[in-house]
Ligand binder design. Structure first.
Ligand SMILES: Nc1ncnc2c1ncn2[C@@H]1O[C@H](COP(=O)(O)OP(=O)(O)OP(=O)(O)O)[C@@H](O)[C@H]1O
Ligand SMILES: [Mg+2]
Length: 254
């Protein structure tokens, strides 16, 4: 079973410490949610895991499948089977969704076996159509340039499509609910649910308990001041919806 273990992670941006000793373990098969006020470092965690150059790890470690993730380049990280979906995905004009996905799949296959010739195109097309149908996406989407002129909801669906085709072992979704209309929220959630199971561990970063009505987390964590300050089951999210974060702030101050 694959495991992502984040131990005492400290991260700074331009000498300002944002993550201050974050510890969290995600196992394949588990769904975790992180909630927390704006600016507490949730996206910082996602960017750090990806290997974004602006984020400097000053202490702690991240172990994925027994390997130190922090020592790997961003592309090597994704080939280990970790997937990150971003709050603000970048557009890649000139590269279609289909080409992007095919090269991502093939680079993962080659990482596993240097002799691999890549997924045959008919097989890839069939697989892509199935995944798009599962996510109720128009097939024309595959021919568009990645994220170029995509609406907020389309970007999120494109991310879930990436996740569906890349079949990661651990997926981290940052604010996958932002900018989604109610139908899209449901479709994305159904996509995540359809993919989740013993093979996939998920970390969703969200502000809304609403999302957690669709994606049922096993564990809910509250992040504040760059650390996980409270963990519980799905009931924690409901409690936050009703009572906000003040009770946790008071608890920390005590
Ligand atoms: N390039 C940067 N330079 C300086 N500070 C930064 C930079 N990038 C992020 N920060 C700061 O780091 C802190 C954490 O930001 P982060 O995006 O991780 O928060 P978040 O928990 O994801 O918030 P939100 O809920 O609003 O998405 C914020 O105070 C932010 O202003
Ligand atoms: Mg954020």
């Amino acid at each position: 079973m694959s495991q992502l273990e984040i131990r005492n992670l400290h991260v700074s941006i331009e000498d300002k410490e944002i993550l201050k000793g974050l510890t969290l373990t995600i196992n394949q098969g588990e769904i975790h949610a992180i909630m927390g006020p704006n600016g507490t470092g949730k996206s910082t965690l996602a960017y750090t895991l990806m290997g974004h150059p602006n984020y400097t790890v000053t202490a702690g470690e991240v172990i994925f499948k027994g390997q130190s993730l922090l020592e790997l380049e961003p592309d090597e990280r994704s080939r280990t089977g970790i997937f990150l979906a971003f709050q603000y995905p970048v557009a890649i004009p000139g590269v279609t969704v289909a080409n992007f996905l095919r090269s991502a799949i093939n680079s993962r296959r080659r990482a596993a076996n240097a002799e691999d010739k890549g997924m045959p195109i008919p097989e890839f097309r069939k697989m892509l159509k199935e995944k798009m149908d599962m996510l109720k996406m128009d097939h024309a989407f595959a021919g568009r340039y990645l994220n170029d002129g995509f609406s907020g909801g389309e970007k999120k669906r494109a991310e879930i499509l990436q996740m569906a085709t890349l079949k990661p072992e651990i997926a981290i979704l940052d604010e996958t609910d932002s900018g989604l209309d109610i139908d899209a929220l449901r479709i994305v959630s159904e996509g995540v649910n359809a993919l989740s199971g013993p093979e996939l561990g998920v970390l969703v970063i969200t502000h809304y308990q609403r999302l957690l009505n669709y994606i049922k987390p096993h564990h809910v964590h509250v992040m504040m001041g760059g650390r996980i300050v409270e963990s519980g089951g799905p009931e924690l999210a409901l409690h936050l919806e009703e009572h906000g974060y003040d009770w946790i702030r008071e608890k920390i101050e005590e």
